[in-house]
Design a protein around this ligand. Structure first.
Ligand code: AMP
Length: 192
């Protein structure tokens, strides 16, 4: 069963479209026979994705550092909940279990996770697709800035193209599933 790693806000955000998109992604994960791996919390969009995936019949794996169990409300009904020591262990386990990654709207935690797996991809630490779901234009300024980074000569066009950007959850997940199928990670691959 392929596994999709979802990064998203531990807050719901101000626009109801963010929660709608998170629900849609969770439902699609179940409908398309994926497993979800995510940060293990019940707060914000994280909880919404997990609940929707569970409701749609998907196995859901959460990975949460002990120190965040209270702040991000460790989810009590997951298929697996791994309580780890550090943020680095969390991110490594999530990334190792994933076949593809997608970031939804979120804050600095989401940005950091997205940029980390994107840079790992361009460095060749993994070969898994990385997507960004741009809901209600939330990421428009970031995408404009990334375009500026390409124009300014700091980000190569090949690196830029590694980030799959979409506005429709179903279409973006289809694209990620297709790419994950095309380039499965080698058995012995390890992150860093
Ligand atoms: P946020 O998007 O800031 O609401 O955070 C979303 C998730 O990213 C939360 O589960 C955070 O714990 C997690 N996260 C991962 N790495 C970091 C980091 N370096 N700083 C803050 N949050 C992080």
């Amino acid at each position: 069963m392929p596994t999709l790693c979802v990064y998203c806000g531990s807050s719901p955000g101000t626009d109801p479209a963010f929660a709608e998109a998170a629900r849609a992604v969770g439902s699609l994960i179940g409908q398309q026979g994926w497993q979800l791996v995510y940060g293990g919390g019940r707060a914000g969009l994280m909880g919404i994705v997990a609940d929707a995936a569970l409701a749609a019949g998907a196995p859901v794996v959460g990975v949460i550092p002990q120190t965040l169990m209270v702040r991000e409300l460790g989810h009590p009904r997951l298929t697996e909940l791994h309580v780890v020591e550090t943020m680095h262990q969390r991110k490594t386990m999530m990334a190792e279990r994933a076949d593809a990654f997608v970031a939804l709207p979120g804050g600095i935690g989401t940005f950091e996770e997205l940029f980390e797996v994107w840079t790992w991809r361009q460095l060749g630490y993994h070969d898994k697709p990385v997507g960004l779901l741009n809901v209600a234009g939330y990421y428009d300024p970031l995408l404009a800035f990334l375009g500026n980074s390409v124009d300014s000569g700091f980000v190569g066009t090949a690196q830029h193209r590694l980030l799959q950007v979409g506005t429709d959850p179903a279409e973006l997940l289809r694209r990620l599933a297709h790419q994950a199928g095309q380039s499965p990670a080698p058995d012995d691959y390890r992150l860093i």
